[in-house]
Design a protein around this ligand. Structure first.
Ligand SMILES: Nc1ncnc2c1ncn2[C@@H]1O[C@H](COP(=O)(O)OP(=O)(O)OP(=O)(O)O)[C@@H](O)[C@H]1O
Ligand SMILES: [Mg+2]
Length: 327
């Protein structure tokens, strides 16, 4: 399965080998795929692999984060607009659907689409035709739609929060990405690959995990899955001077006293900043764990709105990529 390494899909546990086999099968057929799985389990990586292994691999892969699209702009982002459609729309745009022609349109966090956006998507999926915002003729485009979500669309459809007719259209083929804690020794294998990459990236000698570090990898729950582990190792690689890493530089409990490694107290301001960061990290980890990696459910538990909690979660390595506005 060398090709899988080329697409960055690391892991040889039984659960993950089944995923890789399924990816190969899904790439051979040309129908919509619904990818499910907790935050950070590799849904986007899997979508990319399906695309590049498919006959559409030479055409574009166009990822869209539905949660990041403003409702008012969604239709024009997806379907483009004609020149002059808005006061500031001087030039027409092809929209993501136009840009993905021949390739794969990847709709991430599809469970966050508003009712209006769900209707627009359903219309498009029914006959692959669309009109740009602001008029113009009916256009037809040939592309494959792959969607991902970390919520339970079936439950959302039962609660009338997601259109059942759209769910049926999307859920022709299904791929479930298992959480890292159910992937046996994959955590250890991934850690090794990440450490090698980091050494190259920073032109530093390679570091290893200590026995305690490996133990931690095996025992931790990883509610933010691979992304959480990647971020933690990145931080540890930069902050821990030892050749063998044990996560002591990044784990909250070990540095909560506000003391530096030489035992001297640090200044008030940095101790406070660190204490807040540690609290936030623990809190986010706990809530994400209870919410089984589902951002919407986690925000509800924390009684904050989804975008505020999403921002906090991303800061600590949970949930999708940092959006432009926050970087
Ligand atoms: N099997 C894997 N091998 C190597 N890296 C992986 C693997 N799975 C995930 N990653 C890495 O973990 C991070 C998260 O992956 P990805 O963005 O695909 O997850 P996701 O399921 O889409 O997350 P979210 O639900 O938060 O959007 C990425 O940096 C990705 O490269
Ligand atoms: Mg994603």
């Amino acid at each position: 399965m060398d090709d899988m390494v080329r697409f960055n899909l690391i892991g040889s546990s039984d659960a993950f080998c089944r995923v890789k086999e399924q990816i190969v099968k899904l790439a051979r057929v040309d129908a919509p795929v619904l990818i499910t799985g907790e935050s950070g389990t590799g849904k986007e990586l899997a979508a990319r692999a399906i695309h590049y292994f498919s006959q559409r691999g030479d055409h574009p892969f166009a990822p869209v984060n539905c949660a990041a699209l403003a409702e008012s702009l969604l239709e024009s982002e997806l379907f483009g607009h004609e020149r002059g459609a808005f006061t500031d729309a001087r030039n027409g745009t092809a929209g993501l659907v136009g840009e993905a022609a021949g390739g794969t349109l990847f709709l991430d966090e599809v469970d966050t689409l508003s009712a209006k956006a769900q209707a627009a998507l359903l219309r498009f999926l029914q006959d692959r035709t669309y009109r740009r915002v602001g008029g113009g003729g009916l256009r037809r485009v040939d592309l494959r739609v792959v969607v991902a979500c970390n919520g339970d669309l079936e439950a959302m459809a039962n609660a009338k929060l997601f259109r059942r007719d759209l769910l049926y259209r999307l859920n022709v083929l299904n791929l479930h990405m298992p959480p890292l804690r159910e992937r046996g020794e994959d955590g250890v294998e991934l850690a090794d690959v990440f450490l090698e990459r980091l050494a190259k990236q920073y032109c530093l000698p390679k570091k290893r995990m200590s026995p305690a570090g490996l133990q931690f990898i095996r025992r931790h729950d990883w509610p933010g899955n691979v992304r959480e582990m990647e971020n933690l190792i990145h931080r540890e690689f930069l902050m821990n001077d030892a050749d063998e890493l044990d996560f002591s530089a990044s784990l909250p409990a070990l540095s909560a006293t506000g003391r530096k490694s030489d035992g001297a107290p640090s200044d008030f301001r940095s101790a406070k900043v660190r204490a807040i960061a540690e609290f936030e990290q623990c809190y986010v980890s706990d809530v994400m764990s209870r919410a089984k990696g589902n951002l919407t459910a986690a925000a509800r538990l924390a009684r904050t709105d989804r975008s505020a909690f999403g921002k906090l979660a991303r800061k600590y390595g949970y949930a999708g990529k940092v959006q432009d506005a926050e970087s």
